[in-house]
Design a protein around this ligand. Sequence first.
Ligand SMILES: C[S@@+](CC[C@H](N)C(=O)[O-])C[C@H]1O[C@@H](n2cnc3c(N)ncnc32)[C@H](O)[C@@H]1O
Length: 219
Amino acid sequence: MPMTMRGRLTYVRRRALARWLYRRPLSQLNPERLYLWAQAIIETAGVPGAVVEIGCASGGTSAHCYRLLQNIGAPKRYVAVDTFSGFVPEQFDHDVQLGTPEAVRYGFSVSSPALVRQILRQLGASGVELVRGDIVAMPADRLPRQISTALVDVDLSHPVHAALTKTWPLVAPGGVVLVDDCDRRTGFRARAGFQRFCAEQGMPERYEYGMGVLHRPPL
Ligand SMILES: C[S@@+](CC[C@H](N)C(=O)[O-])C[C@H]1O[C@@H](n2cnc3c(N)ncnc32)[C@H](O)[C@@H]1O
C-alpha cells in the first residue's frame, strides 16, 4: 500500500533516528508469549529446519531470537516474512466485519526492508533473512524447504490461515508452530484463522497464554 505524506514523514524521521529509537530489541509480543516463543526455539534446537517468523514488524523479536540461537550454539537460519507496509486492505476489511477496530488499520504501515535491515544490523542480528511479501499471495516455495519452529504473528484471520496452510506441511517431526493474538480479549481475529485451520486438519485447538499451539509429533 503506498504511504501517505504523513506516513512518509514519519518514515524519514524513523530512519534518521533509528540508531537511538531501536537501541534495544523492541518485541511486539507480550512478555509471556516472547518467553513461549524463545522456549519453543530452545526446545526445537535439535530439530532440522529453519526458524520462521511470519509478521516481523520492526524485527525486535527476530533480533532477540536470532541472538538466542547464536548464544546457545544453534546457528540456524532465521527467516522473517512481512509486507513491510502493514495490513493488506482487503484482509483488513474482512476482519472489520468480524469486529476488528478501524483504528488499527494503519498499524505497522510505516516501515521498509531497508529500515528493518538497519535495525537488525545495529542489534547484532544481520544474519536474519528478510522476505518481503503478502503471505496470502506468496508462493510457498519462498519459504525455507524445512521448518523447525514458526511464529505466525500477522494478526488477521486470512493471513493467519494462509501462513498455517503454507508452513505446516514444511514443519519437521518434533517441530512447533505458535500463533499470536488467539486470546478472546484482543480486537484481532487471528483466532478465527487458527480455528479454521485446525478444523480443516482435524487437529485439536490448543492455547497457551493466548497463543495457538501446534506440535508435530517426533518420529
Ligand atoms: C504484530 S506485528 C508483528 C510483530 C513481531 N512479530 C514482533 O514480535 O515484534 C504484525 C505484522 O504482520 C504484518 N502483516 C500483516 N498482514 C500480513 C500479510 N498478509 N503478509 C505478511 N505480513 C503481514 C504487518 O506488516 C506487521 O508488521
